[in-house]
Design a protein around this ligand. Structure first.
Ligand SMILES: Nc1nc2c(c(=O)[nH]1)N[C@H]1C(S)=C(S)[C@@H](COP(=O)(O)O)O[C@H]1N2
Ligand SMILES: [Mo]
Length: 397
């Protein structure tokens, strides 16, 4: 296929099912009662839809009963309303410039032919995932827990591309540009930066997701994959990689995706902390995929609680389950997983009471870091890095 024209499946047709007049997570848990939209975007199943311009789509909780999130259920987040809907795969180029010996302009065919092809299975999570749990309301999209997913990514090491270009002495920063442009001139283009020494072999320029071309809305034809890091810098429709000496002041680096620069990374709604730092690596988290809120199960039946847990690559040591409000915890069974991937857990539960039962999941990583209770999660203005113990309330009949 030479061209991919995504306009054919009209984006405009997919009306937003969920407005923006959303209440705060009154329980201190992420909002979890939203329905998927009636209409679907191209290459996607109907998802929880916050906006269709730019597309903001959340994955329903049920998907997290499995370690891999299917492409057509994978969440979508864009900052700019104008995304190119036509991409010519013959003429598309990834440019590498700035402080390099040889500027490169790499076609997709060259990317797949001239460099070592590598794969990494990694979680992609927005720093604002689960934001709706914050009270009082923190600024931004009021995501439930589905602004995340895990996929097997295939592409080329960013390091290999930069080595081919040859980094000049004195270079410290790399900037990444997406292909979309801002609709209004005041809005900056989507550009992110990273320090050269943050770069490891896992950072790839990916063109495949779960064995297929990247879905258009997830960044076709190429995107950056930065395992262990929140996804704000996983630039989609990657068009430009620029090597620089100094850090450039950019809107998306200096304003968004930052937390207070203190040890608790917290502040109060009344008083903003004076300095901030970027959100970078992910904290330990788990999400239950089955059962979900309001699932009805039979008394004395065998319920298999399933879900996923992850951190920034240190690895999940344990997932503990409680059915008594966190008083006692039992160990779930963990499946093997790559270090940056979702680790699937399951737990056999036999309900011996009637009525409502709350099931909680708490992940602990190899460093001993664990999820706090939802009410213990520290507040920040941006509503970033929520990782409270997950819970679902079911009914036993
Ligand atoms: N080009 C481009 N890349 C981008 C963004 C964007 O707005 N434009 N948003 C970032 C943010 S904040 C997130 S959470 C992820 C979302 O990736 P997804 O849409 O594939 O789920 O893309 C990142 N990369
Ligand atoms: Mo994000």
């Amino acid at each position: 296929m030479k061209r991919r024209d995504f306009l054919k499946a009209s984006l405009v047709a997919s009306a937003a099912a969920v407005g923006t007049s959303l209440s705060a997570g009154a329980t201190g848990q992420p909002i979890d009662n939203r329905k998927v939209a009636k209409l679907a975007f191209p290459e996607k199943k109907p998802l929880i839809t916050y906006s269709d311009r730019p597309p903001l789509l959340e994955t329903p909780r049920e998907a997290f009963a499995h370690a891999i999130t299917p492409n057509d259920e994978f969440f979508v987040r864009w900052h700019m309303p104008e995304i190119p809907t036509f991409i010519d795969v013959e003429t598309y180029r990834i440019k590498i410039n700035g402080l390099v010996e040889n500027e490169l302009s790499i076609s997709l065919a060259e990317l797949k032919r001239d460099y070592e092809q590598v794969e990494v299975t990694s979680v992609l999570q927005c720093g604002g995932n689960s934001r709706s749990a914050f009270q009082p309301v923190a600024g931004g999209i009021q995501w439930g827990s589905g602004a995340m997913g895990c996929a097997k990514w295939k592409g080329v090491r960013l390091k290999d591309l930069l080595n081919r270009a040859g980094i000049k002495k004195g270079a410290h920063w790399i900037g990444f540009n997406g292909s979309e442009t801002a609709a209004y001139y005041e809005t900056p283009n989507f550009v992110r930066e990273m320090q050269l020494d943050e770069l490891d072999d896992y950072v790839i320029v990916a063109y495949e997701m779960n064995g297929e071309d990247l879905p258009y809305l997830n960044g076709f034809p190429v995107r950056l994959v930065i395992p262990g890091h929140y996804s704000d810098s996983w630039v989609k429709m990657l068009s430009n990689i620029t090597v620089t000496k100094d850090y450039e002041k950019l809107f998306f680096m200096d304003v968004a995706y930052r937390v207070p620069d203190n040890s608790c990374e917290c502040e109060t709604p009344e008083e903003k902390y004076k300095t901030t730092k970027p959100i970078t690596t992910m904290n330990v988290k788990s999400v239950i995929g089955y059962p979900t809120n309001n699932t009805v199960v039979a008394h004395n039946s065998h319920v298999v609680v399933r879900g996923v847990a992850f951190d920034d690559g240190h690895g999940i040591r344990d997932v503990l389950i409680s059915t008594d409000g966190g008083k006692s915890w039992k160990t779930a069974i963990l499946k093997d997983a790559d270090r940056y991937a979702f680790r699937e857990f399951r737990f056999a539960y036999k309900p011996t009471t009637y009525g409502k039962v709350t099931i909680m999941a708490k992940a602990i990583n190899r460093l001993g870091a664990e999820q706090p209770f939802a009410h213990e999660v520290k507040w920040n203005h941006g509503g970033y890095k929520y990782n409270g113990i997950d819970s679902v309330t079911i009914e036993v009949i």
